[in-house]
Design a protein around this ligand. Structure first.
Ligand code: SF4
Ligand code: SF4
Length: 184
């Protein structure tokens, strides 16, 4: 590169969608889990199964503690360490407030396929449905614009394939795809 020439980083505008969680307002009703699972069922609204929701509410009714957690991106490897939360003197299980689907636990994975579940902010809706269905405003929605570097998006398909490859091994996935293509 020529001396004094600084390469320009291409940027683009990105809308950042934020769900603000006020855990003090949450009453643990789990309506958010119900509507999320219904919205993402096939066909839409055909099944309510909180195990398929992209939000889960950590509930501790005896202490009146309820914490909604939205599913974050899939992570192929376990963390090197663990987190342990202490709230009002009570120690909670390790990883209980983590947002990731990861190999070390079954949280945020489809109960049938084992594929990871990730909150997609109800793409296509004017407002996330868990926010709409939260009657006590424990969840509220905000949007803001940010300037970010251009980059290739990691497609949902790629994440799903990576999770399957972790579970079954890449060779088995390739064999299965080869068999499927012969059937067509
Ligand atoms: S709908 Fe609202 S109050 Fe009910 S569990 Fe979800 S976040 Fe909590
Ligand atoms: S924003 Fe939509 S996809 Fe994400 S947890 Fe709420 S209802 Fe589910």
């Amino acid at each position: 590169m020529e001396a004094g020439v600084v390469s320009e980083v291409k940027t683009k505008k990105k809308v950042v969608k934020v769900i603000k969680i006020d855990a003090d307002k949450c009453n643990g009703c789990r309506a958010c889990e119900a509507i999320c699972s219904a919205y993402h069922s096939e066909p839409k609204y055909s099944i309510v199964n909180p195990a398929r929701a992209r939000i889960r509410v950590v509930r501790d009714p005896l202490r009146d503690i309820y914490v909604p957690i939205h599913a974050g991106p899939y992570t192929a490897a376990e963390c090197m360490g663990r987190e342990k939360f202490v709230i009002d003197g009570k120690e909670y299980e390790e990883c209980v407030f983590c947002r990731s689907a990861c190999p070390s636990r079954d949280v945020f994975k489809d109960p049938d396929s084992g594929l990871p579940l990730k909150c997609d902010m109800c793409e296509g809706e004017d407002e996330p449905l868990c926010v709409k269905w939260c009657m006590v405003d424990a969840l509220t929605y905000e949007e803001r614009e940010e300037e970010v570097p251009e980059e290739e998006p990691v497609e949902e398909l790629e994440e799903g394939l990576a999770a399957l490859a972790d579970k079954f091994g890449l060779d088995k996935i390739l064999d299965a795809v080869a068999r499927m293509s012969l059937k067509e």
